[in-house]
Design a protein around this ligand. Structure first.
Ligand code: ZN
Length: 164
């Protein structure tokens, strides 16, 4: 699977719910974990591989593979935390992003089972970043606007070059 980059409109669309967790979705989840590991990422959302559906996978610092289908963040802490973030769709760019320190999320896993997860630290960070992808939001939307513009222009130029 190929990870799409900043400049591709799919990354900016609001993803639609997964209608049925069938064999195709299960296979997609497996492929997404493989792609994520190959790219040395800690999370991957379906829009990043060109599928605008509400699904993402995460393997954070605890090494546990977690699948989130039709997730909803139901609680966020008042307390904030700052982490340096990067994104497979915005390669080689790393910036500090401020987000809630803790979250509670509800979702279904690849077997269709509903679960509830309270997360903090790095896991909470990765989940929020991936959840943003389902809303068409990228981490650069949450940094200094001037810096965001700079990054966008850099990627736009790259895309133009490819088309020449
Ligand atoms: Zn990302």
């Amino acid at each position: 699977m190929k990870v799409i980059h900043l400049g591709n409109d799919i990354l900016r669309q609001k993803a639609v719910p997964v209608e049925e967790i069938n064999d195709e979705i299960k296979a997609l989840v497996r492929e997404m974990f493989v792609t994520m590991e190959a790219e040395e990422g800690v999370g991957l959302a379906a829009p990043q591989i060109g599928r605008s559906i509400r699904l993402f996978v995460v393997k954070a610092d605890d090494g546990v593979e977690r699948t989130f289908i039709n997730p909803q963040i139901v609680e966020t802490s008042q307390e904030l935390a700052t982490y340096e973030e990067g994104c497979l769709s915005v390669p080689k760019m790393y910036e500090d992003v401020v987000r809630p320190a803790r979250i509670t999320i509800q979702a279904r896993n690849e077997n269709g089972r509903r679960f509830n997860l309270e997360a903090d630290g790095f896991l909470a960070r990765v989940i929020q970043h991936e959840y943003d992808h389902l809303e068409g939001i990228l981490f650069i939307d949450r940094i200094d606007p001037a810096l965001k513009t700079k990054i966008e222009q850099k990627f736009l130029k790259k895309t133009e070059k490819k088309e020449d």
